[in-house]
Design a protein around this ligand. Structure first.
Ligand SMILES: [Zn+2]
Length: 394
């Protein structure tokens, strides 16, 4: 489902249903009248949506729950409603460049299960979508969650996204103009929301991880590609066309190699996953992923340790510009490279000190993400149960 796209009555109803669930999830208990006030929906709409949710077992009438409010005109008190988190499911999907992660949570965001599939996501959009849909169906079957009880699916994509549609051929080649939410809604039969992966990782870290309580957060997802999400006062900042935070295509070396975006010497060309793995090959080792590289460095391999420290320096050059422009309270490093922690962060901070304004460096903490490689998929789940990215700090 995409609220910015003209939709059918059914689409509108699904959207309103999520709004009702969000009020209950946030407040714990609420009367129909309170739900109406918070959502702006009419009494009739709220009654009808709540009746469906009660019939499905997702919402229960709880006479003993607070608050129990009297009707202002002396009518009978309204019965508080509560959510039965275990009665509903939410799906989160994270499409990286070469893998798909699918997670299943209940309505309280407790992760019930997850799977990771290696796949050529970059070049095979429809195959990746079909694979992820199949994985989601398997998870639902294994946990015996009926399709009617699935509130929705959130999707994280490694590309700028506008109104749920990928917008950059250069960055995610076979996905341009594919109606991801429409295709997955057709296959899964549940509402689907789509967002940029780094933006969703930023939301998840702001809500549950290293960005909790932080006003201005800059989250970097460093994996095969490098992207970033910006959260300002609890709200995601997307920019004019949804490409805010594309730090991977910041020029760090004007004479460097040509990037897939068409520019030269981008951060991603120097510190993206394939570049780091290629550097390992020069040292005489054959490792296949950034995770292998991090593990080898942790085990004391000097070449791998040096590669990570250099990646930190390169990231620091790009982030120094971010510190000067945005003056964030915190920078969080996530993705596969984030798992390297101080092996990357020490040299990154040194570069910040050298290149950014001293006052900006002093006020910014630079830390490792707390949600690991799950952050983007968790952000996708968050996307389903929040309205237009609000309530990050709720
Ligand atoms: Zn580039």
């Amino acid at each position: 489902m995409n609220p910015e796209r003209p939709g059918s009555l059914e689409t509108l109803r699904r959207h309103n249903r999520v709004r009702v669930l969000e009020v209950l999830r946030r407040r714990g208990a609420a009367s129909r009248a309170a739900i109406g006030r918070e959502t702006g929906l009419s009494r009739t709409s709220v009654s009808s949506l709540v009746a469906d949710l009660i019939a499905e077992g997702v919402v229960v009438e709880s006479p003993d729950s607070e608050p129990r409010s009297s009707s202002p005109n002396g009518g009978r008190p309204s019965t508080p409603l509560t959510l039965d988190p275990s009665a509903g499911g939410v799906i989160g999907m994270d499409f990286g460049h070469d893998s798909v992660r699918v997670i299943l949570t209940d309505l309280s965001y407790t992760v019930l299960d997850e799977t990771l599939h290696e796949l050529d996501v970059d070049n095979e959009a429809r195959k990746a979508l079909a694979h992820a849909a199949g994985a989601a169906r398997t998870l639902l079957d294994e946990h015996q969650i009926d399709r009617d009880r699935v509130v929705g699916a959130g999707v994280a994509l490694s590309t700028p996204v506008r109104n749920g549609v990928p917008t950059s051929r250069a960055i995610f080649r076979s996905w341009l103009d594919i109606d991801v939410s429409g295709e997955l809604e057709g296959t899964l039969g549940v509402p689907v929301q789509v967002g940029n992966d780094a933006n969703l990782g930023a939301l998840a870290e702001a809500r549950w991880g290293a960005g909790r309580g932080i006003s201005t957060l800059f989250y970097v997802k460093a994996a095969t590609g490098i992207g970033a999400g910006i959260v300002l006062d609890g709200q995601l900042f997307r920019g004019s066309t949804g490409s805010a935070g594309e730090i991977g295509h910041f020029t760090v070396d004007e004479d460097g190699l040509v990037c897939r975006c068409g520019s030269r010497g981008c951060l991603e060309v120097r510190a993206g996953g394939p570049a780091l793995v290629a550097q390992v090959a020069h040292s005489g080792k054959a490792l296949h992923s950034v995770s292998d590289l991090v593990a080898a460095a942790r085990a004391g391999d000097p070449a791998c340790t040096r590669i990570l420290a250099d990646a930190g320096e390169t990231l620091g050059v790009a982030l120094a510009a971010v510190l000067n422009i945005l003056n964030p309270d915190r920078v969080v490093l996530g993705g596969e490279l984030g798992a390297a922690g101080e092996l990357v962060l020490t040299s990154l901070r040194e570069r910040l000190s050298r290149h950014a304004l001293a006052s900006a460096v002093r006020s910014t903490s630079v830390v490792q993400g707390q949600l690991g490689e799950r952050a983007e998929a968790l952000g996708a789940v968050l996307l389903v149960l929040t309205e237009a990215h609000r309530f990050v700090h709720a």
